[in-house]
Design a protein around this ligand. Structure first.
Ligand code: SAM
Length: 171
């Protein structure tokens, strides 16, 4: 059995972008729970299809599929995910394989995040220059979501952190 995803550049880039002083936070695909352990939030929930080896105190871990979350609507101020984002034919390794354009899993996590975040809440996700960023952006625009992007250049890829405003009833 494969080990859980070890924190890497993508993990740190997403953590660096997250806000402080959050009331309720959800991480989809939390892996080792590294980000949650370092997040300044009162109530923290992490979910993944794999159980982390260790769950620090103060983190509520839920074993579940991020494509169908078991949480109530409007539960979280912040939702975030560093999804599997590499383009892949099938899903051999769920830690990295993101579907055909590398954004298919991310888009499913996004749909679920929109459901469970409060109106005015925020969603953060990280994708890469290997992912189909145009498809992801196009979907955000079609959903009439406001968003901004922050790019970090590594020597072999670029990482894009998206900040998405979960405003509902935007008309
Ligand atoms: C790129 S890793 C990120 C792990 C951790 N958040 C980090 O930043 O270090 C992606 C994570 O998503 C999880 N994952 C993949 N498919 C999932 C699904 N359908 N539902 C929940 N988690 C999933 C994987 O098990 C893995 O832990």
């Amino acid at each position: 059995m494969k080990l859980e995803y070890a924190p890497a550049e993508d993990t740190f880039a997403l953590l660096d972008s997250l806000p402080n002083n959050v009331s309720t936070a959800l991480e989809i695909g939390c892996g080792s729970c590294f980000i949650l352990a370092h997040l300044d939030a009162k109530y923290k929930v992490g979910c993944d299809i794999r159980k982390p080896a260790i769950v620090s105190s103060g983190i509520n871990f839920v074993l579940c599929d991020g494509r169908k979350l078991p949480f109530r609507q409007n539960s979280f101020q912040l939702a975030f995910f560093n999804p599997p984002y590499l383009p892949s034919k099938g899903i051999q390794d769920p830690a990295v394989d993101g579907g055909r354009g590398g954004v298919e899993i991310a888009l499913l996590f996004l749909t679920q995040s929109l459901d469970v975040t409060k109106d005015g809440g925020q969603i953060f996700t990280l994708l890469s220059s290997f992912s189909d960023l145009s498809l992801f952006r196009k979907t955000l625009i079609e959903l009439r979501l406001n968003f901004s992007e922050k790019r970090k250049r590594l020597f072999f890829e670029e990482l894009d952190v998206f900040k998405i405003y979960a405003r509902k009833n935007s008309g």
